[in-house]
Each structure stands twice: as structure tokens, then as C-alpha cells.
Write a protein that binds this ligand. Structure first.
Ligand code: MLT
Length: 274
């Protein structure tokens, strides 16, 4: 399937994105520390009648924020990423869409839902969680920022790869391990740093879950160490119109590790929305 690379200037960003297919829009929000490319196995198989749109978030891939009227520092907030996507939808003249976020993409989807629930035709929460960082989690983020400043994105790749991918993937799919590593190695350090700051200060979305009114699919890799199955089950249990799909043998990057399973769960969810 043809995947088109696009760019546009908005007041907030120079937005870059990949898209495929035609029809009802599905926004695919990537995780940290990756970029829109992580959605290629889905973009390659957009079901008939659906338009898949995968933006690079600000500071990732080819998307760059415009200077914002804030003092110094590269720090961003989840609200800013969410506002970027809302603005992007305006520019694409999309009143609403199905919004799918993996991990940090899910954190942004929670924020978007708080800002504009009417824009959701459906929600896919993949390998993500509603809770804010714990104090220990924040300390880990601070250490990661220091490591990034000292040694650059490759050090982040070294630290994160064992947690992003299941053991099955790490030992059995060398090309995928290399692809994920390359995405991280090529990331812009300032974009990574801003995202770590945004994740460590993100609000808790747990109280919002019972108020999510749109149909929701929760997906999680069976061996996800960052956002484990038990967390996904607990999240799904309190979202009213929701279903859960567990992707066998996958870790945190379930869409890349088992695209066949992930695409089937997503395709079934979309089919029910037509
Ligand atoms: C992600 O995949 O986006 C990150 O692992 C999320 C996180 O570190 O909380």
C-alpha cells in the first residue's frame, strides 16, 4: 500500500506525517522515543474505507515546534502535544477521528480527550496507562535526562530497548531490533529531552476513564514490561464501552512486534465503527 510523506506549516509547528488509505480518519500517535515510522506496519494495511494518519510529534521525526512564548528550556507538556494534534486536525479539516495512541501517544490521547471529547469517534489505547509517574518514576526520568545530556540518544536506546521489546522479539527478530534502535539513534536530543520532561509532569488521567464515552479498544503486548497486562486490564475495566486485546509474545511495542495480531484487533474495532 502506498504510504505518503507529507509536511505542512501551522502556527504551532512544521508538522510532518505519514498517511495511507482514504476515508474515515484514524490518527496514530507514536510512543517515546520513536516517530511516525513506528506505524508503518499499520499504514501498510489501512483497511478499505479508512485513512491512516501518523504525525511525528513535535521534536520527533521531521516535526519541529515553532518558538513558543515561554521562557527558556526545551521542556514541553502533554497539553502542548495535544494542542498540536488538535491544530493539525483543524488544518486537515477533520472535525473528528478515531484516535489511537501507543504509550506516550496514549498519554496525549488522554489529554486530547480532556480538551475536546467531541473530536473522538473512537479511542485506541495501546500499551499505555492513565497513571502519572510515581516519585521513583520521576527520579528515573531525571536520570534519563542526565544520561541523554551526557551520552546522547544511543544511550537511551541501550537503556530502553530491553524494556520496549519482548525477549522473543529481541532474540528472534534482529531486523526489527535494528529498526527500533535506528529510530532512537536518529532522534533529536532536544525533542527527546522535552518529551521526558512532559512525561514526568503529566497529570493523572485515572479519574477520567469512567467518563470516556466513545468506543474504546485497549491493546497490550502479553510481555509488556513498561505497561503490563494487569494495568491494561484495570484500565479497560473502568472504561464503559471498551474491549481488551492481548497481543501474544509482544512487549511494549505490540504494533511492531506482532503487526498481524495488532492489525486484526484494530481492523475488527474499525469494522464495528463503520
Ligand atoms: C513510550 O513508549 O512512549 C514510553 O515508554 C512511555 C513511558 O516511558 O512512560
Amino acid at each position: 500500500m502506498t504510504i505518503r510523506a507529507r509536511q505542512m506549516e501551522t502556527a504551532r509547528c512544521r508538522m510532518a506525517w505519514l498517511e495511507s488509505g482514504a476515508g474515515w480518519p484514524v490518527l496514530l500517535l507514536h510512543g517515546f522515543p520513536l516517530r511516525a515510522d513506528m506505524w508503518r506496519p499499520q499504514l501498510d494495511h489501512a483497511p478499505q474505507g479508512w485513512r491512516f494518519i501518523a504525525p511525528d510529534l513535535r521534536g520527533f521525526g521531521a516535526t519541529r515546534a515553532r518558538p513558543l512564548p515561554r521562557d527558556g528550556g526545551s521542556e514541553a507538556t502533554m497539553a502542548e502535544y495535544a494542542a498540536d494534534i488538535g491544530d493539525f486536525m483543524d488544518h486537515l479539516e477533520l472535525d473528528d477521528a478515531i484516535v489511537a495512541g501507543l504509550s506516550m501517544g496514549g498519554y496525549i490521547a488522554f489529554e486530547m480527550y480532556r480538551q475536546a471529547p467531541a473530536r473522538f469517534n473512537g479511542l485506541v489505547l495501546a500499551d499505555t496507562r492513565p497513571q502519572a509517574d510515581t516519585p521513583a518514576g520521576r527520579e528515573g526520568r531525571a536520570a534519563m535526562r542526565a544520561l541523554l545530556a551526557r551520552e546522547g540518544p544511543s544511550a537511551i536506546a541501550g537503556q530502553m530497548l530491553p524494556k520496549l521489546l519482548s525477549q522473543r522479539t529481541r532474540t528472534g527478530d534482529e531486523p526489527l531490533v535494528a529498526r527500533v534502535r535506528r529510530m532512537i539513534d536518529e532522534a533529536d536530543p532536544a525533542g527527546l529531552d522535552a518529551a521526558i520532561a512532559a512525561m514526568m509532569t503529566r497529570p493523572d488521567s485515572t479519574a477520567d476513564l469512567p467518563h470516556i464515552a466513545c468506543a474504546t479498544l485497549v491493546v497490550v503486548g502479553e510481555d509488556d514490561e513498561i505497561t503490563p497486562v494487569a494495568d491494561a486490564q484495570a484500565m479497560q475495566a473502568v472504561i464503559p464501552r471498551s474491549a481488551l486485546a492481548i497481543v501474544p509474545g509482544a512487549g511494549h511495542l505490540s504494533n511492531l512486534e506482532r503487526p498481524d495480531w495488532f492489525n486484526k484487533a484494530l481492523g475488527d474495532f474499525l469494522l464495528a465503527r463503520m
